[in-house]
Design a protein around this ligand. Sequence first.
Ligand SMILES: Cc1cc2nc3c(=O)[nH]c(=O)nc-3n(C[C@H](O)[C@H](O)[C@H](O)COP(=O)(O)OP(=O)(O)OC[C@H]3O[C@@H](n4cnc5c(N)ncnc54)[C@H](O)[C@@H]3O)c2cc1C
Length: 840
Amino acid sequence: MDTLIWLLVLAGAPIALAYRRTDLKSATLILGLVLFIYSWLGDGGFLWTTFLWVLFAGLVALNLIDFRRRSVSLPLLGVFRRMLPTMSKTEQDALEAGNVWWEGELFSGMPHWQKLLRLPPPRLSDDEQAFLGGPVEELCRMLDDWQITHELADMPAEVWDYLKKKRFFAMIIPKEYGGLGFSPLACSMVLTKVSSRNATASSTIGVPNSLGPAELLLHYGTEDQKQRWLPGLASGDEVPCFALTSPRAGSDATAIVDTGVVCRGTFEDKDVVGIRLNWEKRYITLAPIATVLGLAFKLSDPEHLIGDRDEYGITAALVPTTLPGIEIGRRHFPINIPFQNGPTRGKDVFIPVEYIIGGPKMAGEGWRMLVQQLAVGRGIVLPSNALGGALASVYAAGAYARIRRQFGLPIGKFHGVGEALARMAGYVYTMTAASRVTCTALSTGERPAVPSAILKYHNTEMARVVANDAMDVHGGKAIMLGPKNYLARNYESVPIAITVEGANILTRNLIIFGQGAIRCHPFVRAEMDAARDTDAARGLARFDELLFKHVGYALSNAARSLVLALTLARFTDVPAGGRTRRFYQQINRFSASFALAADAAMLTLGGELKRKELLSARLGDVLSYLYLASMVLKHYRDQGEPEDDFPLVEWSCRTLLYKTQEQLHGLLRNFPNRIVGGLLRFAVFPRGRTFSAPSDELGQRLVELVINPTPTRGRLADCAYTTLDPGNPLGQLQQALEMAEQVKPLERRVFDAKRAGEIESEDTPGQIDEAERKGLITREEAAAIRAFDARVMELTGVDDFDPRELAREPPGGAVKSRASRGKKKTGRADTAGDAGDGAA
Ligand SMILES: Cc1cc2nc3c(=O)[nH]c(=O)nc-3n(C[C@H](O)[C@H](O)[C@H](O)COP(=O)(O)OP(=O)(O)OC[C@H]3O[C@@H](n4cnc5c(N)ncnc54)[C@H](O)[C@@H]3O)c2cc1C
């Protein structure tokens, strides 16, 4: 018995010290004391006790800094240098963009929750609130999806005018330049609401308010440039676009072949030092109507007119689209969402060097500028647009599932349909939480690059699932295009947000963990800097200090992961009580396991991890799910923890933490080094996979929250356009849902009478008539059920067309037969095709 107790003490002491992250000196002292007491009172034999003292001597040696540096850190520094991933200047720029916020805590394995909880709840200024309740509502009322997407393939002139007049394109431009000067939170909420109404409008508004001329000018422009451009951009007299993507360079944007050569030339009748530009760009949003082009190109200066370098690399300049040599105006047709998007080409276009954003001193700084701004912007526009579409989908699908009956029941009562509805509600809650909390952090001055990428990826991916689910719940109603179809355009628009600003496969596999690993890790970045230090002695001293902290950190994460997994995290301290407490605790547990696994992956794979995309993607997923789950908890707190909403919180956290567990499991199964994989498995899953996904019963509780007119349903959609106006399907569906609630007891009476054989008619109108005739319901009651039934038929109805209405005549000719269409090349071919003529 004594032996067992001593073994527990000897094993438990180092684990407890590691768990608490005790520093090396204190740990050595405490372990020395334990060993001394054991040698004195314990029952270990001579050999065993000697062995323990030898181990302890090793520990003491690690405290002797000179010895440690020479015999341990120096050889390891050599190994570390060989393992270092090669990093281009552009990758370094990406790594330096933004700062580290709450995600750094999750990465540490021991999150300090106060860092997140001290963030104030989201708050809009009075101006921002008034804008949401005024111009945004009015804009939503003006938007007619069918007219825009089918009839005009554009927004009507009055909408364009309204957008400019109310300065929708100038939300990020400060008031001093004529803009609205809104916070990231306000921009996000405006875009969410507009997007819940119409994807064309939200995409159009999104671009000038994200990465583009205004944003770049604000951060890097000279005062002259700001004065020249910002007032016009704010008033809408100037329409901006930003052109980076080329036919040959999409995701790998640094591979652009568009050029700018510094030379002398004549500009506005003056001889100036300028840049001769040649470019071919595609997919550029707002390009067809742009008056100013933010252009990215590679700059060279063979005559050394602006400095002593030949090549400067990617540079960004503002190019007025009226200059000779520019081809612009043609449109792409982005998946039936006809926002303005198209190609542009430039041949020997000449601009003064002062047109470089920030002036000639910013030559070659284009890529750094872009990634720095994207580091933040990526978290606002696309995630908010995705959220708006998803909000509209769940709000519509919940009501539809209640008013649409099959087999005598609202379809929402069928568990299969309920599964989709629950998923939609849970995802929308998660997306809202992520957007709201992250944008609040951005509004307080945080610039976290990794969460922006997490939001971009996960909000748009969840929107994809929600859009699919909404289509399934609506059945044929969602498939038949026409003015009555309020879902299909959102469904079509989903791939846009998925592709833009870092297509999602790349974002998941390369950006989230790729940046996160080095950005958020408490030591790796500093170790890399130390290893690259040209002063060898200073580099070694720094590396040694970091290395030993790093080792302590890794041991601590191993101990924490093991202890938290064994105890199911029941005893870890978190700043929350009640029903959310366990989720905080589970996040602590998985954070430790994640930190351990991330370290092990980096240690064993080094630079190779960059190429092992599936491992890096899984690590990115784990970090993302932990981040999203903590956003859910913070959002719930910010909302005052309404009791009714708890099922949404539970479903979201359970889903996210279950996925965390599964991705960790997938990572360990595929870990290339089997021994390390096995050890990790012991530290991460000593009791196997213990966390469960949400139960079916919990899912059903979510369904009831969205198919009934509950306060939770209202809160869930508080940022969507749900106003009751004749053109707004969301308002109409909500009204029908409320009517369904009112007529429910009356319908029940008719239904019971039918079952009892008192009513013979088979169809609904006949049954209402018969029930009224037989005095089972009063005249007023019959009128109420009839009105509801008429509403249901209207809202579940679809459009049909005269065949001639559907055929669209091409300009200047009748519709061709399929055979003749095949022979004739219509319009301009894909710009890549045009560019790639050599290969063809
Ligand atoms: C509607 C729309 C609007 C746009 N607006 C603009 C704009 O205003 N300005 C502008 O400059 N550009 C714009 N773009 C371009 C957009 O940023 C690019 O489409 C995007 O960068 C992807 O490039 P690509 O389409 O050529 O895909 P590709 O680069 O060919 O990629 C194809 C697939 O491969 C994946 N992939 C590529 N490399 C990797 C890797 N290393 N690891 C894993 N996966 C990888 C991608 O994720 C993607 O799934 C727009 C695009 C669209 C569709």
